[in-house]
Design a protein around this ligand. Sequence first.
Ligand SMILES: O=C(O)CCC(=O)C(=O)O
Length: 287
Amino acid sequence: MALEPKLDIDTIAPEEYPEGLYDYAATVTPLTGLPADPCDVCSQYCQAGFVSFNDAFSADQVDGLLAALFELTVRELPERTQLQYEFLAKGKIESMAPEDRLDYVRKLMWFVDLDPRIKAMAYEPQLMKLVSHLLNAEPEMFQEMALLKPPGIGREKPWHQDHAYFNLPAGTHVVGVWIALDDATPENGCMHFLPGGHRNGPVPHFNRRDWQICDTEILGKHQAVAAPLKAGGCVVFDGLVPHGTPHNRTNTRRRALQFHYVAKGTPRTTTEERMAIFGSEGRDVSC
Ligand SMILES: O=C(O)CCC(=O)C(=O)O
């Protein structure tokens, strides 16, 4: 019998976070459908750093994506594809059959080429029209993820700027697309944003519960918003807009796909250069 490869389990245990960290001043009302003319949403994207849409994708597309994700979690994967389980799955999943483990998966990375339904979504023409317009260039996929935040055990993703994770030159415009595959609510861990925060540029990140913005930076601000979406909705956001998602302590699923795009041909940098922009070392900052 073939030995199963060692399971990849998140090393970050969910901790309680400060009360009020995911309080929100308002909930965002999504637009309906992706825009026929991307110019219609440009000023909103530039001002807030994000724009959200319900009914961006059909129920059939969502069902296809969910089926594809399930199939990927039970099949043998190439080495570059990462399938990671939640920390709280430890001790439970080892004795389970792969097909019973879906509600313990935290994330999947580098999988777009493995399934035509996911690939079609990553390069969906109307989405690409919007992303190209925002980038003012032909888009290149920079990162691909599925984030499943399972019911009851899905941990928080603390407030951060996505660019702080990416070895890309300072000033690179990164466009993120987060696609809801279930209804995402403030309770089960929808995206929360600091509107306009991208216009303040890079913010120092710290290794605390994760690689994150200091909680006190967020707690003092009181202008965060929650961006709930229906399954098939999506939010398109700037790689510098601060965002985070709370724990999923509900019994509802909150599965999502997340793609990041940059202009084709964008050079890469080093971790040292990234840390010079987003790290706290050598700066008069503390957390
Ligand atoms: O889906 C989530 O819970 C968090 C997504 C996110 O902000 C990220 O992975 O950068």
